[in-house]
Ligand binder design. Structure first.
Ligand code: BES
Ligand code: MN
Ligand code: MN
Length: 454
């Protein structure tokens, strides 16, 4: 049987199997989901075995297990390493989901559920592409190593250590990842740059205990007020980050790249529809695409303290907290940026509060040229899956492992994304377009198959 027919004939089966994967609430951020994490790792390992991998390992780490598999039975052929993650973001707020987060549901050509786009659906595309090749040809066309982790959504904390200790094992001619998006519906895309990410938490302590705001208010520092004043000072009126030295190492966009980004079929109206805000802000002097993909940012991600329950409570809190992050671009150094941020935060804070400053996770930005022949093969394979020429894009999100691999092995990293920017990754009603899931299986099967003929 030929590959295209095999894939076509197994659509329902593939989808039913993806449902199983999506039903496992493998939320890496919450310890109550530890058993689900373990179950998801085992599920992935089983499916790798079913796809034809004889060597499959579940590797314990300090946090969540990694799944590793390899098939090195195509002598003389290339070796690729496929990377993805089986963990997902928390599904909260649950009441904003139209159908339950862990009960996959199809509506109007989209499959809804946590992890559909990020990243279980995309990992499954590769599992089924590989299995189809194995079923049709009795073997894989190339040598394949697979690494699926369970900590991506919490910063890939254990991964770096594993990479350092297993360099020979993970060595490959190229890294392949599907954990990004297409530029727009019907526009297959290859991502050649990602932003890096530093994630911080601060705790401010004022009074030694919570205080009655009537008895003490007016004569004591309020850490919550001080925290909001701090964040109000971190951007200037042009929406630039007001931290000395923050932009010092930012790579300037070349004219050729600026032009290439400008000519992409990116639509402002799609962006505005996806965001749905009454108005927009961004760093002055840059297009929206440039702001999203090529400029660093500082975002407040959560702030809490005091009383937020029902009714009123007149209290001056002892403590106030914030989680915030900086997206980084070439050639910013995450460690250097963390120092600059901490120094400036401490400088802005009054002596009336004590500040605990933590860097929770850190990942470097990544941008790489795409002239290696593997990119042309990827482009041709996407054409076979989607009937359209793939464009080369950058993206604003972060995948720590991509930079780690690129730095360690200096190999081409091919990021083929099958999500869409408006598919609500990390939010309620996450979904993936079924046409992209099925098109993805076709494209990836062709990609691996074509790599076998190089
Ligand atoms: N798949 C995303 C990364 C992504 C999203 C890349 C959109 C390109 C476009 C990944 O799962 C993710 O969410 N990464 C986190 C990083 C992290 C260290 C928690 C991110 O970007 O916030
Ligand atoms: Mn992801
Ligand atoms: Mn994610």
């Amino acid at each position: 049987m030929n590959l295209a027919n095999f894939i076509e004939d197994h659509r329902e089966q593939h989808l039913a199997e993806l449902y199983e994967f999506l039903r496992i609430p493998s939320v890496s951020a919450k310890s109550e989901h530890k058993p689900d994490i373990e179950r998801a790792a085992r599920w992935v390992a089983d499916k790798l075995r079913a796809a034809g991998f004889k060597k499959v390992e579940i590797v314990p780490t300090n946090m969540h297990p990694l799944v590793y598999a390899e098939s090195l039975e195509a002598p003389g052929k290339r070796t690729i390493l496929f990377y993805g993650h089986y963990d997902v973001q928390p599904a909260e707020p649950l009441d904003l989901w139209t159908s339950p987060a862990f009960e996959p549901t199809v509506r109007e050509g989209n499959l809804f559920g946590r992890g559909t786009a990020d990243d279980k659906g995309q990992v499954h595309i590769h599992l089924k592409a590989l299995e189809s090749l194995q079923q049709v040809n009795g073997k894989f066309p190339i040598n394949v190593k697979v690494l699926i982790e369970g900590e991506e959504e919490v910063g890939s904390v254990s991964l770096w250590d594993y990479v350092q200790k297993n360099k020979e094992k993970l060595k490959a001619d190229a890294l392949v990842v599907s954990d990004t998006s297409m530029l727009a519906k019907g526009v297959p895309s290859i991502t050649y740059a990602l932003r890096g990410l530093n994630y911080y938490q601060i705790e401010l302590t004022g009074p030694a205990r919570d205080l009655h705001s009537g008895v003490y208010g007016g004569a004591v520092p309020n850490p919550l007020t001080i925290l909001t004043e701090l964040f109000a000072k971190l951007h200037d009126k042009n929406f630039r980050i007001a931290i000395p030295g923050f932009y010092d190492d930012v790579a300037k966009l070349g004219n050729a790249e600026r032009k290439a980004l400008k000519s992409l079929p990116w639509e402002k109206k799609d962006f505005e529809k996806a965001v749905g805000a009454p108005g927009y802000v961004g760093e002055k002097g840059f297009s929206i695409v440039e702001q999203l993909w090529t400029r660093p940012t500082l975002e407040l991600n959560g702030i809490w303290g005091g009383y937020t329950g029902e009714g009123a409570k007149t209290v001056i809190p002892s403590k106030a907290y914030a989680k915030f992050s900086t997206r980084l671009v070439p050639n910013q150094n995450p460690q250097k940026i963390a120092k600059l941020v901490e120094k400036h935060v401490r400088k802005l804070l009054p002596k009336t509060v004590i500040c605990k400053f933590e860097l929770l996770s850190s990942g470097k930005p990544w941008a790489a040229p795409f002239h290696d022949p593997i990119f042309a093969t990827a482009q041709a394979a996407l054409q076979k899956g989607f009937g359209k020429k793939a464009v080369f894009i950058r993206e604003g999100g972060s995948i720590p492992f991509v930079t780690q691999m690129h730095d360690t092995f200096k190999v081409p990293c091919v990021l083929l994304g099958f999500g869409l920017p408006d598919e609500n990754a990390h939010a309620p009603d996450e979904h993936i377009a079924l046409e992209n899931y099925f098109g993805g299986i076709k494209a990836i099967a062709n990609f691996y198959s074509d790599l076998g003929t190089l």
